[in-house]
Design a protein around this ligand. Structure first.
Ligand code: AMP
Ligand code: GLY
Length: 427
């Protein structure tokens, strides 16, 4: 079958790499893709938010399976767009409907959904500019630190955690009346601070049944020791050492099952990945957020640990036969380290030549994946903040990390930066 993956990051390169290994993979396309996806697929120069253009590609290349990588096209309703059109009646899509995607597209909706289905999460209230004063009083009754979340998509920047009450009240006003995060902060969720350790759980669902994929922990901050600005993710490990079987059973019963049952009860078309960000507080899991796609860089450590044919898994999911899959997960640990452009997550330069990639052989120990690259005059150059994800595999996350760090010594570009302390918090 012919497949089209939408996106251009490490997530999409990893998905393309794994799908391309399937005996049932026909022509594989990535739109727009990167220099790495060229090694296993054909890149298509398409604006993934222009659904008409995506549709033309699907028809021209006889695509049977569309895998949507990032959240934006899902929140914009790409699934609904194709489902309404008879010429796409046989197209299968991995990704939820617009209504399903609201679990990521609106923090308020996500909280209401959790409340309705008794999924443990931080206590909250949401506010708009008309009840700003009530929001300030609500904050005054809470204890520091104060958590403010812009309701809509804000590129991972819409959450503020503040220690000072006055600062929190001022920021709430700034978000609601000055639209600090544009339309995304027309509404703001104010919630209780959860004091614990974070991890992520990934579920593949057809909206009724589900498969829980390997879990992962990512490193969000730019600086060593988890300091500095938030990024899309500076690295990740899988499995998570502090998520033992008893805890994961709790996650299944208290979080995953009620979430999927909730989708089913509400009759929401949700065929795809549900990424559940969790806080482990003591021994109890609480949901911090839902995402309606795989994480990046979590994909780089989660997907390679799945030994099944990925295309077969996605096909069965799209056909509503997820119950026929028995997941075969590698006991090997995976750890990925992201190489980023100097300056990221603020301003950074692009088009720096990347050296050392040609000599690398992906193996059972190493997978080097492109996150933000392109080809220019036959050279691979940087094309984003996050540039390359180097994943190592080993019997323990420490040996997996060692392999990644050793491989990194062979790669270079101007102003390359990466965190050297991954995993140290877990020892
Ligand atoms: P979110 O976009 O909702 O995942 O929030 C971004 C980050 O803010 C999370 O990954 C957490 O590190 C932190 N965060 C969000 N909500 C809370 C909370 N209620 N308590 C503590 N930390 C939080
Ligand atoms: N690494 C976090 C995310 O993909 O949202």
């Amino acid at each position: 079958m012919n497949i089209l993956i939408l996106g251009s990051g490490g997530r999409e390169h990893t998905l393309a790499h794994q799908i391309s290994k399937s005996p049932n993979c026909g022509a594989l396309f990535v739109a727009p893709g990167n220099a790495g996806t060229l090694s296993c697929a054909t890149n298509l120069d398409v604006d993934i938010l222009n659904f008409e253009e995506v549709g033309q590609c699907i028809l021209a290349n006889d695509i049977q399976l569309l895998v949507v990588g990032p959240e934006a096209p899902l929140v914009e309703g790409i699934k609904d767009y194709f489902e309404d059109k008879p010429e796409f009646s046989t197209l299968k899509i991995i990704g939820p409907s617009k209504q399903g995607a609201l679990l990521e597209g609106s923090k308020e909706r996500a909280k209401e959904f959790m409340k309705a289905h008794q999924v443990p999460t931080a206590a909250y209230q949401s506010f708009n500019k008309h009840n700003l004063d009530a929001g300030k009083s609500f904050l005054a009754k809470m204890q520091a630190p104060f958590v403010l979340k812009a309701d809509g998509l804000a590129g991972g920047k819409g959450v503020l955690i503040l220690d000072d009450l006055k600062a929190a009240q001022d920021e709430l006003e700034n978000m609601l009346t000055n639209q600090k995060f544009g339309k995304a902060s027309e509404k703001v969720v104010v919630e209780e601070f959860l004091d614990g350790i974070e991890l992520s759980v990934f579920v593949l669902t057809d909206g009724k049944n589900y498969l829980t994929l390997p879990n992962a922990k990512d490193y969000k901050r730019i600086g060593e020791g988890d300091t500095g600005l938030n990024t899309g993710g500076m690295g990740a490990i899988s499995p998570v050492p502090f998520a033992d079987q008893a805890f994961m059973e709790k996650v299944d019963q208290k979080i995953v099952k009620p979430s999927i049952d909730g989708l089913h009860k509400e009759n929401i078309d949700f065929t795809g990945f549900l990424f559940i960000g969790l806080m482990k507080v003591g021994d109890e899991p609480f949901v911090v957020e839902y995402n309606v796609r795989m994480g990046d860089p979590e994909t780089e450590v989660v997907i390679p640990r799945i030994k099944n044919d990925l295309l077969d898994i996605l096909n069965k999911t799209a056909n509503g036969n997820i119950q026929d899959i028995t997941l075969d997960v590698d006991t090997q640990h995976a750890a990925t380290v992201m190489l980023v452009s100097g300056g990221y997550p603020e301003a950074y330069e692009k088009e720096k030549v990347i050296s050392g990639l040609d000599a690398i052989q992906n193996s059972n120990d190493i997978f080097v994946c492109h996150a933000g690259t392109k080809l220019k005059n036959d050279q691979v150059v940087t094309n984003g903040g996050r540039v390359i994800a180097v994943t190592g595999f080993g019997n323990h996350f420490q040996s997996a990390l060692e392999k990644a760090y050793t491989q990194i010594e062979t790669i270079d570009f101007d102003n390359m930066y990466f965190r050297k302390d991954l995993g140290k918090d877990l020892v």
